[in-house]
Design a protein around this ligand. Sequence first.
Ligand code: PGA
Length: 268
Amino acid sequence: MAGITTSTTGRIPFIAGNWKMNLDHLQAIAFVQKLAWSLKDARHDFAATEVAVFPPFTDLRSVQTLISADDLELKFGAQDVSEHESGAYTGEISAAFLKALDTPYVIIGHSERRTLHSESDEQVAAKVSAALKHGVVPVICVGETADDLELHGPSAVPVAQLRAALAQAPDAKDIVVAYEPVWAIGSGKAATPEQAEQVAAQLRIVIAEVLGQDVADATRVLYGGSVKSSNIAGFMRQPNVDGALVGGASLDIAEFASIAQFLKHVGV
Ligand code: PGA
């Protein structure tokens, strides 16, 4: 049960809600207020489990202002970032802009960006490096497709993707890694806790090789793909799984709050 408590690993569990292209800035304000109330009602201990939402770009300013004005303990992040600093890149958002909004986190290399926007491993690496340069913590997503799983087994592709993502960041200290099997995302068919643990352990070995054992010991490795309140406990019991990147279920306030309150289901 080492993955669920900071006392054994020193890693604070992290529950992250990836909204994808859902909720405009007005809806985001109402949502974050209600989520904060739900967690307060449940006496959520943010020091014991960190909770973050990842809204669309147009919501970030509103969410940041609300969190800061109401002194909420919720965190937030962006869903993507440009690898470029500034200039003629129509439609892109730089890490400097995210930092100017005090954005703590940014998701990089989500499978939907890799697939729908043909993001390469090199681009993911450049984005990781851009985020780190500006002090925005990258949540680096890796994961295999169903075909990869059949051809190469569960960890080969995620391991290769993580190595590639860290290629331009040999001195990184503060990163989060999310293992998201593509076949589990939005499918209702989550990986088993044992599958998630197996890959998470391999990813931690990669982090140790590239960034050193101390960074590997401190890095949160999340599982993502059809996480719900009914299956979160199984993942959080795994020693190398330190949290979840939640898509669909993060859009339901009660359900997401219940996932964030996973300690109640784990029974410790
Ligand atoms: P899901 O999405 O929870 O809806 O499967 C996870 C993700 O894409 O991050």
